[in-house]
Design a protein around this ligand. Structure first.
Ligand code: IVH
Length: 717
């Protein structure tokens, strides 16, 4: 930084804006040298000084914070700075509940799943949900060996060196701890420590938005000495892999953690009824402001570990735990404009541009407006919302932000409506391609009918294809996709997924070189091509998800991949399932197979069939398959159990478990669960009252057993 730099207080607004623009460009350039080229051109201290200056100006002129500000990237620094760590037991997230009713439903669903009668006691633990970042601490032979962040749940980052600087995390465990254990919990910063740290750093300029960002930023330091100087803390509340069972209840295990020297939260209690749970929620909520650390809700967990085991997991979260969030934070600000975004499927989504406002410690400049009815004051069911008040540009609006959810506009302040404000007219043409945008009967969404000619949809489809949970091509972000999509030179243009993979060869034949174009350097171009080549072979389910077939999200893509194991087999099935109307044929074997996959219903099956029937999709796909090979999915049959690979039907009343639990259990053991009996059925589990399915099974000569025999059989696994 230059010595002639003006103190922030003396900057005029114009000077501040100019300096922020310069800093954004300069810091982005350094980030690129550091992350993309591994060639930092300035010292860490000089780099930090730039960020500090940026933060200082922003805190003085919050209305000047730029969309591309480096401070917006806190906590989301490009990955690659720390080595990856694979979590063999995934680090899951929790579902959120917001109302008392939700809590009653949650407890009801647990009881139903376990077929637990209403009069039988079911104990839950209740404890604060700490607003920090989750951490997995792996101890082998009672020594801390690895500390990893959650990352995407499956792969986190190795931050061991930094974690070792946190005094309250034990480096060694006592003799009664197992040989292998991953203790999990939350790294956080106390509010007073956060304020003191910000004050200390304000002299140099750096300010963190809130304690959580402060904890995350402190943990992601390249130099552990910096982390050591930051007052980080930890609460243990969960675990991952272990070499032996830890106890019988959640409560007991957490007490053991405390005995081993881990800090545990003293507000954790056991509750025996919905009433006790609600009471504890309100007690924690009442205490919230006085607590020395930030919390954003209360977590409930089924106490008994054998029941946790039976309840198991959905794709992202356990069935035995949930988070009951506190009401979201709110603020008012002015709605300066409404922009229309066009999604991958053509849906037009209105986005509110707001005068920047801090809501719960975070600067908010955009909020979703959902759809045109929402703006007009009409809810999903056609009934008025906000007592029918519409939302207009220029209105003062009430904004809500809940956790990581996109901010929402809740209401307008009519007294502050400018005299000249007019009702918003939702466009009936696509802002990107000018095609008609139509709203189908019974739908809230207006969609662009431009389909294949709409550039906005095409860009969104490409973005989806390279996104993190699809092909995950590093270096092809939003900006790059836009650039390649709009490139004038055909050698640089990317319009369909296959073009991504032919880019390098087209480049080599052309005179235009990517590395000569602003924003790309030799090293980043090399890395980009390497990242693309790296994805010439890709997991089946990621490939399928990336195609962006309607209703085929990650979970359904996995279901389809696990069933068909090979992409061509899936494609053949989808093509064979087709009848000339373009819809699936109910009497056709391929359709029945597709439709019979556990979790795949009519709507999804139809979307798959329609996708593969569409001529343009077939062309795009054929071109893509010349470049990319979807890898065969490995059969789940590796689960060795007496029912692995078998197709099982449950029928009649079950007495020891609910239908849902039976299904989840069978699937966990590698079996397929079908709803009806056919020649493909291997086993029928029949309880009292079984009727036609039992009869069919007997006629077809299929093995029939009762519930007790089922338990005996799977216990042998
Ligand atoms: S239990 C399998 N307990 O919330 C369940 N999580 O939204 C593991 N969190 O990633 C989580 N306080 O970072 C649990 N007392 C608490 C928690 C807590 C905060 C965080 C955690 C998790 C996230 C899920």
């Amino acid at each position: 930084m230059s010595e002639t730099m003006k103190p922030v207080e003396q900057l005029t607004e114009a000077e501040a804006a100019a300096e922020l623009a310069r800093l954004a460009a300069e810091i982005a350039e350094h980030d690129r040298s550091y992350y993309a080229e591994d060639k930092p051109t300035i010292s860490d201290a000089a780099y930090d000084a730039l960020r500090l200056r940026n933060a200082a100006i922003e805190s003085h002129f919050p209305e000047l914070v730029r969309a591309d500000s480096p401070s917006m990237r806190i906590g989301a620094e490009p990955t690659g700075a720390f080595a990856p760590v694979v979590h063999l037991r995934p680090m899951l997230s929790l579902d959120n509940l917001f109302t008392d009713e939700d809590v009653v439903d949650f407890i009801g669903s647990v009881r139903r799943f376990l077929a637990y009668p209403a009069d039988r006691e079911l104990v839950f633990t209740a404890e604060p949900k700490i607003d920090g970042l989750s951490m997995s601490l792996r101890y082998e032979n009672r020594r801390l060996v690895t500390a990893a962040t959650r990352g995407d749940g499956t792969t986190g980052e190795n931050v061991t060196a930094n974690i070792r600087t946190i005094g309250e995390i034990p480096q060694h465990l006592p003799a009664d701890a197992p040989d292998l254990i991953e203790v999990r919990g939350e790294v956080y910063m106390r509010r007073d420590d956060f304020f003191a740290l910000n004050q200390r750093m304000a002299e140099t300029g750096q300010v963190f938005a809130n304690p959580r960002n402060s904890a995350a930023g402190s943990l992601r330091q390249k130099d552990p000495a910096v982390t050591r100087s930051r007052p980080l803390k930890f609460f243990a509340y969960a675990w991952g892999e272990t070499s032996e069972p830890l106890g019988e209840t959640q409560y007991e295990v957490v007490q053991r953690f405390a005995d081993w020297g881990f800090p545990v939260n003293d507000l954790m209690v056991r509750c025996r009824s919905v009433e006790e749970i609600m009471e504890h929620y309100r007690a924690i909520e009442a205490e919230r402001a006085e607590l020395p650390y930030d919390i954003d809700g209360v977590v409930y967990k089924v106490d008994r570990l054998d029941l946790q085991e039976r309840l198991g997991f959905r794709s992202r979260s356990p069935r035995w735990a949930t988070a009951h969030k506190f009401p979201a934070e709110k603020a008012t600000t002015v709605l300066t404009d409404i922009d229309i975004q066009v999604g991958r499927t053509g849906a037009l989504t209105p986005v509110a541009r707001l005068h920047p406002v801090t809501v719960g410690g975070v600067v908010v400049t955009n909020a979703t407006l959902h759809n045109e009815d929402y703006i007009r004051g009409i809810g999903n069911n056609g009934q008025p919302i906000r007592e029918g008040r519409d939302i207009r540009i220029g209105d003062t609006v009430l904004v809500q932000r809940a956790g990581d959810v996109i901010p929402q506009i809740l209401d307008v302040v009519l007294e502050k409506r400018p005299a000249d404000a007019v009702p918003y007219v939702f466009p009936d043409r696509c802002p990107a391609c000018n095609s008609h945008a139509v709203r189908e009967e019974g739908e809230a969404v207006r969609r662009c009918t431009g389909g294949l000619i709409c550039p906005a949809q095409a860009v969104e489809r490409l973005r989806h294809f390279v996104s993190r949970n699809a092909l995950d091509i590093e270096g092809l972000g939003e900006k790059q996709i836009e650039f390649f999509f709009n490139a004038e030179d055909p050698a640089l243009r990317i319009r369909s997924p296959a073009d991504i993979f032919t880019l390098k060869a087209r480049q080599e034949r052309s005179l235009t070189k990517l590395e000569n174009i602003e924003g790309f350097g030799t090293v980043s171009v090399r890395k980009l091509f390497a990242a693309i080549d790296d994805k010439r072979q890709v997991e089946f389910s990621r490939f399928l998800f990336g195609l962006g077939i309607r209703h085929v999200g990650e979970t359904n893509a996995k279901r389809l991949a696990r069933h068909f194991l090979n992409f061509s087999v899936l494609r053949a099935a989808a093509e064979n399932a087709l009848v000339p109307t373009g819809k699936g044929d109910p009497g056709n074997a391929a359709w029945q197979e597709l439709n019979g996959i556990s979790g795949i219903g009519n709507v999804v099956a139809e979307a798959v069939v329609e996708f593969f029937a569409e001529e343009h999709n077939r062309e795009v796909l054929d071109a893509l398959l010349k470049e990319v090979t979807p890898l065969d999915e490995q059969p789940v049959g590796e689960v060795s159990s007496p029912v692995a690979g078998k197709t099982v039907v449950f029928t009649g009343a079950l007495e020891k478990m609910s239908r849902d639990e039976a299904k989840a259990m069978a699937e966990k053991l590698g079996a397929k669960v079908a709803g009806s009996v056919s020649k493909k059925t291997d086993l029928v589990v029949a309880g009292p009252g079984a009727g036609s399915k039992l009869k069919q099974a007997t006629e077809l000569g299929i093995e029939v057993i009762d519930e007790d025999a089922w338990f005996e059989r799977v216990a042998k696994g």
